[in-house]
Ligand binder design. Structure first.
Ligand SMILES: Nc1ncnc2c1ncn2[C@@H]1O[C@H](COP(=O)(O)OP(=O)(O)O)[C@@H](O)[C@H]1O
Ligand SMILES: [Mg+2]
Length: 317
């Protein structure tokens, strides 16, 4: 069901990502891969569908911030697959234990979802070890994976230098694809909403499969009317994105500057420079941070907030 709120797991349920699936299949033969994309773009769905087809192992690391948590999650997965992993004596080196678990995954493709909160120094060393020692293919994803520069753009000093994963960037559906997605989803419920409503949904939420599916679910499963469904998705989406934005701002010394910048968008460099009162170096750093967190994007010469819900919530800040 297209309007199911869970990540999709089978190819028949995954809409419009055939090219990306093929790309993943092609790349993973010789490389590790990072699936990039903002929230609700369908990263987890793409990963799960693919892993199901290749008998891979899915590991969800959302909210996990320590090597211990990571290792425990890996062990849980291993046990589910009937693989025994024994924990040694009392003093446990979690990174070493994680490696032990990985050694049992020899020959497999392992997907690590939402990896960004793990301590990157330990993670990167572990990854290097895996790369050098085992025949294991890894796929990484997560909305904020862009902030792990040591993974995606390792410097010559970084453990992963020369081993960085290939990237697949998930884009929103083009306009026509979004219409098709909604129409097909509604068809599964034998509902035929007026074209004007569908247009308004696509105007409001762009081509983000997650927001579209959410709207569809409200209409078809929860039986909301068009207006209520629109409003509900916006409010719910706002909550999620606001949290993400706050998390980002918390790590910054001058959060107000960032808010001010965001409110100026869409804008060109020169306009930002004129209004923000910061030097070039700082401005460029701020834009870089926002880009890595996938909050903004550069379109030609203009910086924009691509997610329509984020746009509206920044306006309301
Ligand atoms: N290509 C797709 N086809 C059908 N549904 C999708 C697709 N991509 C995402 N969805 C739906 O959108 C929502 C968010 O998808 P998810 O894979 O969790 O995104 P992400 O991991 O990027 O945040 C889920 O309800 C999922 O079922
Ligand atoms: Mg996800």
């Amino acid at each position: 069901m297209l309007f199911d709120l869970r990540p999709k797991e089978r190819r028949e349920e995954l809409f419009g990502r055939e090219k990306e699936l093929e790309e993943l299949r092609r790349l993973i033969r010789s490389e590790w891969v990072a699936i990039l994309g903002r929230r609700m773009m369908g990263k987890t769905s793409l990963l799960k569908v693919f892993l199901n087809e290749v008998d891979g192992i899915y590991v969800n690391l959302s909210g996990i911030k320590s090597m211990r948590g990571f290792t425990e999650e890996l062990m849980k997965r291993a046990r589910k697959l009937g693989i025994e992993v024994s924990v040694g004596p009392i003093t446990v080196n979690w990174t070493k234990l994680a490696e032990d678990v990985f050694s049992k995954f020899e020959g497999k493709i392992v997907g690590l979802d939402e990896v960004q909160e793990l301590p990157s120094n330990y993670m990167l060393k572990l990854l290097k070890k895996i790369w050098d020692t085992y025949n294991i293919k890894l796929i990484f994803t997560g909305s904020l994976i862009g902030i792990i520069t040591g993974l995606l753009e390792p410097s010559p000093q970084s453990p992963l230098y020369g081993r960085e994963p290939a990237k697949i960037e998930l884009e929103p559906f083009p306009r026509e694809k979004s219409f098709e997605f909604l129409e097909e989803g509604f068809k599964e419920f034998n509902i035929n909403p007026p074209r004007s409503e569908i247009e308004e949904v696509v105007e409001s939420f762009g081509g983000y499969p997650g927001w579209l599916a959410y709207y569809g679910n409200m209409r078809c499963v929860r039986n909301f009317g068009h207006r209520d469904a629109l409003e509900h998705v916006y409010l719910e989406g706002k909550q999620i994105l606001l949290q993400e934005l706050q998390k980002f701002l918390e790590t910054k010394k001058y959060p107000d500057r960032y808010v001010k910048l965001l409110k100026l968008l869409p804008a060109r460099w020169s306009e930002l420079e004129g209004s923000l009162n910061v030097n070039n170096k700082i401005l460029s750093e701020m834009l870089d941070n926002l880009e890595k967190a996938m909050i903004i994007e550069r379109k030609g010469n203009t910086y924009v907030i691509p997610d329509p819900i984020m746009r509206r919530l920044v306006f309301d800040l």
